[in-house]
Design a protein around this ligand. Sequence first.
Ligand code: MSP
Length: 525
Amino acid sequence: MASGRSFFVTTPIFYVNDVPHIGHAYTEVAADVVARWHRQAGDDTWLLTGTDEHGQKILRTATANGATPQEWADRLVESAWKPLLNTISISNDDFIRTTEERHEVNVQKFLTTLYDAGFIYTGEYEGAYCVGCEEYKQPSDLVNGAGEYDGQQVCAIHSKPVETLHEKNYFFRMSDFQQQLLDLYEQRPEFVQPESARNEVIQFVKQGLDDLSISRSTFDWGIKLPWDDTHVVYVWFDALLNYITAVGYGYDEAQFSSRWPATHLVGKDILRFHAVIWPAMLMAAGVEVPHQVFGHGWLLVGGEKMSKSKLTGIAPNDITDTFGSDAFRYYFMSAISFGQDGSFSWEDLSARYQAELANGFGNLASRALAMVAKYFESVVPTPSEYTPEDRAIIDVVAAAALQADAAIERVAINEAIAEIWTIVDALNGYITDMQPWALAKEEAQRERLATVLYVVVEGIRALTVLLSPVMPHATNVLWNALGVGGSLGSLEQQPIREAGQWGQLAPGTGIGALEPLFPRIETPE
Ligand code: MSP
């Protein structure tokens, strides 16, 4: 299958100070949908995720819990972060931890390259540091505190006070790269997306870049600098390098050149690290910059970024235990424009589950298969001549497949789903208009009934393939019920860019029974 182009997509690596919430799961699902799509299109796909384990934030949490940072990280990775991938059906090809040797050793190699090339010097820095962000803040990044922090300046993201740090550090000459970065944004508009994110990054860089403090000497939970072991690498500098150390940088040139550069999906809060610092680091080391950095929006609860520190975090399995992982994936990918913020509410989730999944898609599939069972003894009938109504469905399917692929190319996941959903709506409308149950009453309409039901099930065949990256479980169940495994192969083998080609489902195929794909949810009164 992997004969096409190379496609390498990453999620941010997650801090292990706490357990995951649905905001983290959101980035994971988005990357997974895009990865599954490309994989199914035959592209040589690689999905990387992992955990960010160094730095002061993790050290403090571990200490507060009476554990060493390594023990704490091990515990959280095994008990929370790896299980999350199962909970939401992530098909990652690798999982990198920044405490692994393949990472630590090659971070040091990268630093040596920069040091030898003269991009690192010693200096002093005093500034306001937010441990939650692991970042020095500018005065413009701070806002007035409220409640217990009334009268103090706090981090705009964490709503907590910042700490004033004064340190002798090593610095990276990031300011040298201002013009090269601006040229990059100009020459490759796709480098930072969506457009709003791109504009923000350009404005930021135009204001001028400072050099970046890249080491810390007041604690030692990190990777030691190769030339001075009294300092550890700044956690972001360490973390960003996971994207190349995981695919062979410094130790497997063949793998590295076949995978890199990547498409990075990140939340907008960490856009600047990825779209400014990261390419500058790579330019300094003479490594190709990423293919793209896509900044997505936040899940909001009560109008604010959902977060554990503000006690608005919702655990992913709170949702999947009731609705299942397919519904989780579908809901977050379809209800929110990828790139914009979106509010989460249980009411909206329940309403969409019922209307779109149970009544829209699930019901379409079960009605269609039930009619083939009832009128044609569970055998896909042979179509005869197509009418304009039939042709309209064929066109909708072809256009949806084409447009959805183009939308995924732009990482417009919600648009891709909306395109695919035109098939659900068109088929439901077609069944209402064609009234197969009425045709079934007249023997003279037998051929017409066969054509109508062929159109419906062949439309569902295409729909199943197109929805499989979003809802891998339900579509597999449906694929098995369609009975096409013998003739067309497994669902994963279906080339998604050809899903819209009509007529793949062979007449004569025996179909099976179908349990409800999205059973009714009993909600407590
Ligand atoms: N460790 C850094 C990333 C290093 S990448 C080289 C980090 N980790 S994080 O665990 O705090 O966040 C990881 C991702 O989760 C980020 O993309 C962040 O935007 C995302 N989200 C955290 N809360 C979120 C929401 N409420 N909504 C959407 N995404 C959110 O940052």
